[in-house]
Design a protein. Structure first.
Length: 202
């Protein structure tokens, strides 16, 4: 069995990821969410739910113990600190594989004039998301950084990937496509290893 930890498990992105991963019979999920933010999932013997604080060393050490893959869908202005804590716990527990969601625009890589508009609206988050990507790249773990743009609930699963430094094709990212790419990585953990990828719809 593959043991997979999803951080931020009560969020909308995690809600798109969880059912996709449960389609893989060899996957067991640990869903980590803040206290009072229990994920809405049906009872399943392959799901364990724990509550905690991603900034707590003890909570994160407990969460990552015995995992094979960690998926972070966390956000917030303290995302870099949370990511540092996740990585430290993984290093201590010898958990090898990390997938982190950052955000598009951190390298000014969105097409104009969309990039300027995005920067005017959410530009204040770019330094935090950039630092998160940098911390992940420097972690020594087998990582994937995913940089979605404006997330939506479209059922479209097709996506276009852009490498770090390349201009995005699209301006939105469906959570369904996030679910699909996470499922691909869990099925084959070497997939997209040590890559920092923009993900959007064409």
């Amino acid at each position: 069995m593959k043991n997979v930890l999803i951080l931020g498990a009560a969020g909308l992105s995690a809600a798109a990821i969880i059912p996709r991963l449960l389609q893989q019979a060899d996957v067991k999920l640990t869903l980590f969410a803040r206290s009072g933010k229990k994920p809405v999932v049906q009872e399943n013997e392959r799901i364990r739910i724990i509550e905690g604080d991603a900034l707590s060393e003890a909570d994160m050490e407990q969460a990552v113990a015995g995992q094979d893959i960690v998926i972070s869908t966390l956000g917030g202005m303290d995302l870099a600190e949370k990511t540092e804590n996740i990585i430290h716990a993984m290093q201590q527990a010898s958990v090898p594989r990390l997938v982190v969601m950052s955000a598009g625009g951190i390298y000014d890589e969105l097409p104009e004039p969309f990039n300027s508009w995005d920067k005017s609206v959410v530009g204040y988050t770019r330094p935090v998301n950039l630092r998160t990507a940098e911390i992940t790249e420097q972690s020594g773990l087998q990582y994937t950084v995913l940089r979605p743009v404006w997330l939506n609930n479209s059922k479209v699963e097709d996506f276009v990937l852009t490498q770090k430094g390349e201009t995005y094709i699209g301006k939105e990212t469906s959570r369904a496509s996030i679910g699909r790419i996470m499922a691909e990585i869990v099925a084959n953990p070497d997939c997209y290893a040590n890559q920092n990828l923009g993900i959007s719809q064409a």
